[in-house]
Design a protein around this ligand. Structure first.
Ligand SMILES: NC(=O)c1ccc[n+]([C@@H]2O[C@H](COP(=O)([O-])OP(=O)(O)OC[C@H]3O[C@@H](n4cnc5c(N)ncnc54)[C@H](O)[C@@H]3O)[C@@H](O)[C@H]2O)c1
Length: 383
């Protein structure tokens, strides 16, 4: 059986979705929709995709389309996902699921009471070495986990002439760096340790209080805008560039992480380090085929991804043999493989292996608790 799917939003991540889907069996991208008819037509032609739509409500009426990928800016996710579920389509939505907790609760309620697949693209979980780490923790190899630290650092918004829809809260939601990349870090943390964050204490900083907004919008990661040459308007910024979060988890685990979109030289670096009573372990997404293992009473180790040496639970997410690197695009392929397998086999009724709208709601809850802590300048219990 081949599931016919559509992708809405043809910017940076929409193209990543299409490329990953084209690498899979059992799914075919039959339709696309971008923000303008001309762009949609051009991209559909380049990609060999037959149907183009210029409004998503018409797309959702197409009986051929069984699933939709929502790859538009954050503020559009809620309406698009809701209408898609109501039209009986499976929904694969980009993170963050919504820009408010009320929207996330509403979507989660609708999705979980349906027979439809609902997924949120927390793709980071799908690096094979992180699946390996998860299994090592589950099997007690690190001992009792007691502390975690890490960061998610980027530099693409370092200059005040760097601009993207994300810097405006109307499009990204109240928080930017935390919701945009911190949500990935927290989803990974909870998924890899199997423990929940129970309390948070946050400190935000907006490094650029104003930015130069180009009069013509640019896509994510488009070439850096030259403020001297381009036409722009100076606008106030109401979202954070940088944040530090202290947190507590179940089982007395303590931790902290930093997120930044203004950290020169760190292009897109997720780092996590987990300390246990027997060993510690760390992962750096800019070197994703390695896992560092720290020992107190022996030499430290660096484990290289070798499919034959991974725990079986992690091996299913590594498609290439040792020495053949797997990276960011492969995480989407592995995530979609899980989702479309569930769709084809109806296994989703028996339990979910991929991040669902419930995980999307969880991240929204964590982000709102972090925002509250920033505003009230105190520890906040995560409900
Ligand atoms: N999982 C990840 O690793 C990851 C990475 C990047 C982005 N994202 C998420 O993906 C979403 C999109 O981010 P992006 O970086 O691709 O942004 P982007 O600006 O590069 O692309 C967004 C696209 O949506 C289009 N669009 C706007 N309104 C539309 C409409 N009404 N109908 C159809 N298309 C419309 C825009 O023209 C643009 O091409 C965001 O929610 C973001 O958080 C996730």
């Amino acid at each position: 059986m081949t599931v016919k799917t559509a992708v809405i939003g043809l910017g940076f991540i929409g193209m990543v979705h299409i490329e990953a889907l084209k690498r899979l069996n059992g799914v075919e991208v039959v339709a696309v929709m971008g923000s303008t008819a001309e762009k949609t037509k051009r991209k559909a032609k380049e990609l060999g995709i037959s149907k183009c739509f210029s409004d998503y409500l018409t797309l959702l009426k197409d009986p051929d389309i069984e699933a939709v990928h929502i790859c538009t800016p954050n503020h559009m996710h809620y309406e698009m996902a809701k209408k898609a579920l109501l039209a009986g389509k499976h929904v694969i939505c980009e993170k963050p699921l919504t820009i408010s907790i009320e929207e996330a609760e509403d979507l989660n309620k609708l999705a979980t009471s349906s027979e439809l697949i609902h997924a949120v693209c927390f793709n980071i979980r799908y690096y094979p070495m992180l699946q390996q780490l998860k299994e090592m923790i589950r099997q007690g190899e690190l001992g009792r986990i007691y502390a975690v630290n890490g960061s998610y650092l980027q530099d693409w918004l370092l200059f005040d002439s760097d601009y993207n829809w994300r810097v405006e809260s109307a499009y990204s939601g109240k928080s930017r760096a935390v919701a945009d990349v911190g949500s990935h870090w927290m989803d990974l943390l909870e998924s890899v340790t199997g423990l929940g964050i129970t309390e948070v204490m946050a400190d935000f900083s907006t490094v650029h209080k104003t930015r130069k907004k180009p009069l013509e919008a640019a896509e994510t990661y488009a070439a850096i805008v030259n403020s001297e040459a381009s036409r722009y308007q100076e606008v106030p910024i109401d979202t954070e560039d940088y944040a530090n979060i202290l947190f507590r988890m179940g089982n007395g685990v303590r931790g902290s992480f930093t997120v930044s979109q203004v950290h020169a030289g760190r292009k897109n670096r997720l780092y996590i380090e987990i300390a246990g009573t027997r060993q510690s372990a760390s992962f750096d997404s800019e070197h994703p085929n390695y896992l560092w293992i720290g020992n107190r009473d022996g030499n430290n180790q660096v484990m290289i991804k070798d499919t034959s040496l991974l725990h079986p639970e992690a091996r299913r997410y590594a498609d290439y043999p040792g020495g053949h690197n797997e990276g960011y695009p492969d995480t989407f392929k592995q995530l979609f493989k899980d989702i479309y397998h569930a769709m084809a086999s109806n296994e989703y009724r028996d339990g979910i292996s991929y991040p669902s709208f419930t995980d999307g709601l969880r991240e929204q809850t964590l982000c709102e608790s972090i925002n509250k802590s920033q505003h009230e300048r105190k520890w906040i219990a995560v409900l």
